[in-house]
Design a binder for this molecule. Sequence first.
Ligand SMILES: NC(=O)c1ccc[n+]([C@@H]2O[C@H](COP(=O)([O-])OP(=O)(O)OC[C@H]3O[C@@H](n4cnc5c(N)ncnc54)[C@H](OP(=O)(O)O)[C@@H]3O)[C@@H](O)[C@H]2O)c1
Length: 259
Amino acid sequence: MNNKTALITGASKGIGKEFARIHASKGDNLVLIARNEELLNSFKKELMEQYKSISVEIIVKDLTKPNSAQEVYKELKEKNIQIDYLINNAGFGDYGFFVDTQWDRYDQMIDLNVKSLTHLCHLFLTDMMNRKDGKILNISSTAAFQPGPMMAVYFATKSYVLHLSEALNNEAKQSNVSVTAFCPGPTDTYFMEDSKMGTSKFIKNRKLPSAHAVALAGYDAMMSAKPVRIYGFMNKLTAFSVRLVPRKWVVSILRKMQE
Ligand SMILES: NC(=O)c1ccc[n+]([C@@H]2O[C@H](COP(=O)([O-])OP(=O)(O)OC[C@H]3O[C@@H](n4cnc5c(N)ncnc54)[C@H](OP(=O)(O)O)[C@@H]3O)[C@@H](O)[C@H]2O)c1
């Protein structure tokens, strides 16, 4: 019997929900975290009906709140649930000029995309390295590879996730634990509406890949212990080509694309 457990943050919608479906199909038990209790409950019901042999634990939590990562860790310890796969997926962005966006939005973005992700890594990586077993998948973005005018804070948070993951992967390797940074490009999820990014030239009228296709690539990258995986050929090419162009040109091009 398979007894591995995957913890997935942001599992009520989008890419996180698809990560949950993929793990369930492999027979993994699940711990699903998000704020929307109703969505989590109905998703749990759907999974339990489809996959009779797995257990699904839901934790309703706002990961922007102080100590939320510690609370998750404590709850799982009390329930004696060991995490074999940690997928730090919850995150959001916001499209617009830096000064036009309320500070609270950035405060929460940094708390979610950076702080809670780092805290969860710190808590679970320690246990994984002691056991010499486990895998972490941190969802970064193609936004990580260059500065992003009109989404400046979001791009910077995703750059942080990329660099953190690569460094942690290097430190954890000798303990047989991997940390993968997964970098999708624009994907067809609620993110587009929530971040208002759907209005940018870069996105308008583009056919975006599905959350399921993107999650499958992320799952494969984590299972094969890749340090970094970029989703899609064109995204890979773009991430590579920004290295060949002067930085100030890259920023100007990005500004034009984002407008
Ligand atoms: N879609 C894209 O184009 C794209 C591209 C590159 C990278 N990404 C990254 O992929 C990840 C998943 O995004 P997505 O596209 O699947 O977005 P999504 O459809 O908006 O889903 C975001 C998930 O995060 C959860 N979440 C948001 N705020 C939270 C909070 N404060 N506490 C706990 N959970 C929270 C949401 O659930 P609740 O609302 O129920 O809390 C939801 O389950 C993000 O890190 C995003 O930056 C997305």
